[in-house]
Design a protein around this ligand. Sequence first.
Ligand SMILES: Cc1ncc(COP(=O)(O)O)c(C=O)c1O
Length: 380
Amino acid sequence: MKNGYYGEWGGAFIPEVLHETFAQLNAAFEDARRDPTFWEEYRALMANYSGRPTPLTYADKLSDELAGARIFIKREDLNHTGAHKANNVMGQGLLVKRMGKTRVIAETGAGQHGVACATMAAKFGFECTIYMGEEDVERQRPNVFWMEKLGATVVPVTDGARTLKDAINEAFRDWVTNMDTTHYVLGTVCGPHPFPALVAWFQSLIGIEARQQILEQFGRLPSRVYACVGGGSNAMGIFQGFLDDTEVELVGVEAGGLGVDSGRHAARLASHDASPGVAQGYKTMFLQDDDGQMLDTHSVAAGLDYIGVSPILTDLWQKGRVRFEAATDAEVMAALERTMQREGDHPGPGVGARLCAGVQGSAATQPRSGDHHQHVGPGR
Ligand SMILES: Cc1ncc(COP(=O)(O)O)c(C=O)c1O
């Protein structure tokens, strides 16, 4: 990463009025990265408050049934609040404390990031407003209930398709007006620099743990690591543990909706419908028309129907390090049912991360000599 760019992707396309706020955030982030006590404080918080490390569970019946692949599932659903989103918000909460701000805002799609953010705000004593597309408010009512119980104000966004991208636009509008007191807790590895780097850093815990756990349980590295990709935070989290292990194939799975040829999906890198563009403060592959207007996306999964994708993943895709596939609504629903019935893996709100952040082991992968606990990737 150079100046917030990953190859040609990323950057920070922000309004003049936010320059100072971003300079402050960059300084706090760089300062935290250089301070080993910050990482230790973060790890301790995630261990003692959120229950990390999350387990790596061998899916024995699913593995038998699908004869060939031995499937392990990294259980991010067992984090406090039910998804990997907790890793990011708790880390950003510590940064907010360092910056001396008192209010946090966030966008949410599935509601998972909103619940995590409202939880963090309650724990740290921050005021909290969550922006959520009206369509997602309807789809994810239980999460709205919990955000409100945690003391957050949930604002339904009625613009555009009334989903995630519209909630992000609204959160930026709020930030521009209240930047002195407010930090925008962006929920994924997208947006202007330093957000992709910052969120990837906090999520790297997933990959650090997964690599160590697969070696302990399976005695070798996996042949493939799969993760679902909305913005890409759980994917970047687990992939960072294996980026330098070139024999491990990394596969990002996007929301294929009604099929990648149907025009009703949210597959950016696994379809031919996305093109390079700059929106929401960064450059990546967007689902947009020839005039640069963002397209309406579709997925049965709220939170996976986003128009853009992490600039870090776009770069890794372009370099051939991460392969992208799309799974349709029907395929995902069938996989969910099968996993529940074979593994007793109960779908809480964090089902997306649970089903998709899997690690597949195969006899073809040899253990590496000198394997050790390590941190790799852009995060640190
Ligand atoms: C449980 C869960 N998994 C995955 C995602 C996708 O986001 P990301 O790609 O940033 O992990 C979301 C988004 O809201 C989510 O709630």
